[in-house]
Design a protein around this ligand. Structure first.
Ligand code: ZN
Ligand code: ZN
Length: 411
């Protein structure tokens, strides 16, 4: 995903494409199981009890009285329950001490029971239509003075919880949960590897669709169908930036018709059945050779991205990965054209911690997965970005995207 693309903008922009390929929304597509109500990700049903234990230990260590986690990636990570995000409150109540409960609407009880929650040491506490679920939640954490709420909780729920527990200080649960989520287990790395291989298969087929005379939107429609066909259950985003549109990192698609000689940035990703995301950018040139300046800076970009991959290993900081590539690009005179940070973590979300950016002194550890995606953008003309997902191993890093990084001339 392009670094300047805000998550919300991205989803809004790509929804029409997703619908065109028969993909309505993440929840719908990620449902599985036989009851029709079950919302279980196939990839997060292992070691859930251990995750809950670690979350509780981290909660205690942070001096937090309870974590409150509403439907979203944090709840899926901790419980395997990919619950619907609705106006009715569903909320995991994970106290530093005492029983773990899931507050759920009565009509969602079957879905919760069909999820891994049923096999965990979690009591499901249901509420009926005329009950106050916020007062119910407050009653489960009597005397709590420090609550941590998941970062994606809807504002109306945050404010209702504040109203129900006015004496409790609210903070973001990310400081606890992100620490867990960014260190992937081997099983999680396997799911990311599968997602990477699936998106690589789509890039390998680009010559079927991308050529002069077709619009970015037409090409994107074909890419969307292939993202599903090659092993995802959901299209997350499709960027086809041709010619001058490639110089805008947050371009999605447009009706611009690709011209002979255009450089085209294609940045695509989806979510697989296990709930893990892919994200890979490759560059194509349509019909005829690109101009000499593109050839010049593409070489610089490729060197920078290769240096960043080689540098990624345990013990170096996230910031240093950014610096290694940025210095190469700046030394070649294109520093001003590298508009964004180097990358983002990836897992159950396309963008999550760790962020590969100047100032982030986080020391990389085994199991951390993130994108390396430097770009060079010449406004009004063209641009290029090379993006791979890498996972830190015990002594180096594994690159999950393996297609050629050189731009491909499609004729
Ligand atoms: Zn990307
Ligand atoms: Zn990305």
């Amino acid at each position: 995903m392009a670094e300047l693309v805000h998550h919300g903008q991205r989803v809004d922009a790509i929804d029409p494409l997703a619908r065109e390929v028969g993909v309505s929304d993440r929840l719908h597509c990620r449902q599985s199981g036989t009851s029709g109500a079950a919302t279980t990700l196939t990839g997060v049903t292992h070691d859930l009890a251990e995750r809950l234990d670690r979350a509780r230990a981290a909660t205690r260590a942070a001096g937090i009285d309870a974590l409150l986690v509403s439907p979203g990636p944090d709840l899926a990570y901790l419980t395997g329950y990919d619950a619907k995000a609705l106006e009715r409150l569903t909320c995991l109540v994970l106290p530093a001490e005492g029983d773990i409960r899931l507050v759920a609407p009565g009509l969602e009880k079957a879905a919760a029971l069909a999820s891994p929650v049923a096999d965990l040491d979690i009591e499901i506490v249901t509420w009926q239509e005329r009950d106050d679920p916020y007062a119910l939640t407050a009653s489960l954490v009597p005397g709590a003075s420090r609550l941590a709420l998941d970062n994606h909780m809807w504002a109306e729920k945050v404010l209702a919880l504040r109203h129900a527990m006015p004496a409790a200080e609210q903070s973001l649960a990310n400081r606890v949960i992100a620490q867990l989520r960014m260190r992937k287990s081997e099983v999680e790395v396997g799911h990311l590897r599968d997602a990477g291989a699936a998106i690589d298969r789509v890039h390998r087929r680009m010559g079927e669709w991308l050529r002069p005379g077709r619009s970015e939107r037409e090409v994107a429609r074909d890419i969307g169908a292939a993202i599903i066909a090659e092993g995802h259950t959901q299209v997350d985003f499709i960027i086809v930036g041709s010619g001058p549109n490639g110089a805008s990192p947050h371009h999605d698609v447009s009706d611009r018709v690709i011209e002979t000689g255009d450089a085209v940035v294609v940045d695509i990703g989806g979510t697989n059945a296990a709930g893990y995301c892919s994200d890979c950018t490759r560059n194509y040139v349509a019909g005829a050779a690109p101009d000499s300046e593109y050839v010049e800076y593409f070489e610089v970009l490729a060197q920078a991205q290769a240096a960043q991959r080689a540098h990624s290993r345990p013990g170096v900081t996230a910031a240093s990965v950014d610096v290694v590539g940025r210095d190469i690009i700046a030394a070649a005179g294109f520093g001003e054209a590298f508009l964004h940070r180097t990358g983002h973590g990836i897992g159950l979300e396309t963008h999550e911690e760790p962020y590969i950016i100047a100032g982030n002194d986080l020391v990389l550890e085994t199991g951390m997965a993130f994108s390396i995606e430097p770009g060079i953008y010449l406004e009004g003309r063209h641009g290029a970005r090379i993006e791979d997902i890498v996972v830190i191993t015990d002594d180096a890093s594994e690159v999950l995207n393996t297609t050629a990084r050189e731009y491909a001339l499609l004729v």
